[in-house]
Design a binder for this molecule. Structure first.
Ligand code: AHR
Length: 309
């Protein structure tokens, strides 16, 4: 009644909800699905209006989405860039429109870092190093054998594919018995992981001792290919992957995957907080790195009930 007396509706006095435009990579993996759920749930909980666009793993779709967010004058643009390069122009457009940009999960390669406010996500090079360290330790137990590795890379040109390869290579260089004999992209999907592993097996057969997959989904696809080839994943071929999704824990409990290096997709709450801080004019760190662990098969059954994605 008081509002009516003033000639205004109650909503006119309520704070305007924050509007975030978010451009997601796609739905290529179990990890990505969990990341999308985390962002949508966190937005709901924080009372943020989320404009969500799925780019289906295509940079051109992300550029279009960002331009549409600029046209809609959202408060904050957030996105997880499918690839690292090619963002300068559209990010300059966002800057000219005075809309702050927050990167989540994946980094961009731009000459001017003022084009984004902050980057929230994992240290992918470190994840690659952790995978490499696990293998070095394992290799130390069989000092006479050479270990031939096949690598399933993530999406070509994406930060996690570039960095996970780099970190792994850096560490395994310490042991000349460890050799990557084949390396190809499986685009972070189960289907491609399986298909490429089939090709690796056809070409190299029993020469393969280790599979290093840049994510769990490709490893799970490859595990199927290994079984169909009459070999035992986890035993005949050591399988190493990254993410720590539930599917990976199930594979470890079944003895088919040897280790997963954690990469957390649960970035939603941090994104909402940072977006609020940025709009309120508070200073935010340029880089916010996710804290993560390594889960070898030996701890999988104990850890499984604690997994959130
Ligand atoms: O950018 C993170 C990576 O993208 C995850 O490791 C992978 O599963 C996802 O598709």
């Amino acid at each position: 009644a008081a509002f009516a007396a003033l000639g205004a509706s109650p909503s006119a006095f309520a704070a305007k909800p924050l509007v975030i435009g978010f451009s997601q990579v796609g739905a290529e993996s179990e990890w990505r699905t969990a990341n999308t759920v985390s962002i949508k749930d966190a937005a709901k909980q924080a009372g943020v209006t989320l404009k969500f666009a799925d780019a289906q793993q295509k940079q051109e779709n992300q550029v279009k989405a960002i331009r549409s967010f600029i046209a809609q004058k959202v408060d904050v643009i957030a996105f997880s860039p499918v690839v690292e390069s090619g963002w300068d122009t559209v990010l300059r457009e966002a800057k000219a429109a005075k809309i702050p940009v927050v990167l989540t999960d994946r980094a961009v390669n731009v000459s001017d870092t003022s084009l984004y406010v902050t980057f929230i996500g994992s240290d992918f090079v470190e994840e690659g190093r952790r995978a490499g360290k696990w293998l070095l330790e394992r290799a130390a137990k069989t000092p006479d054998a050479n270990l031939n590795i096949v690598e399933l890379q993530g999406t070509v040109g994406s930060a996690p594919a570039i960095d996970r390869k780099k970190g792994f290579e850096e560490v395994i260089a310490a042991n000349p018995r460890l050799k990557v004999i084949r390396s190809q992209t499986g685009d972070f999907t189960r289907a491609k992981g399986k298909e490429v592993m089939e090709a690796f097996l056809k070409a190299e057969g029993k020469k393969i001792n280790v599979l290093y997959a840049h994510n769990d989904d490709m490893a799970i696809g490859a595990i199927q290919a290994i079984e169909e080839a009459g070999l035992k994943p986890g035993t005949d071929i050591v399988v190493i992957s990254i993410d720590g999704v539930k599917g990976a824990f199930e594979a470890m409990i079944a003895g088919k995957l040897n280790v997963t290096v954690e990469c957390s997709p649960l970035l939603g709450p941090q994104l909402m907080q940072i977006a609020r801080d940025v709009v309120a004019g508070k200073p935010v760190p340029k880089r916010i790195t996710t804290v993560e662990g390594v889960f070898p098969a030996e701890v999988a059954a104990k850890e499984f009930p604690n997994r959130k994605y």
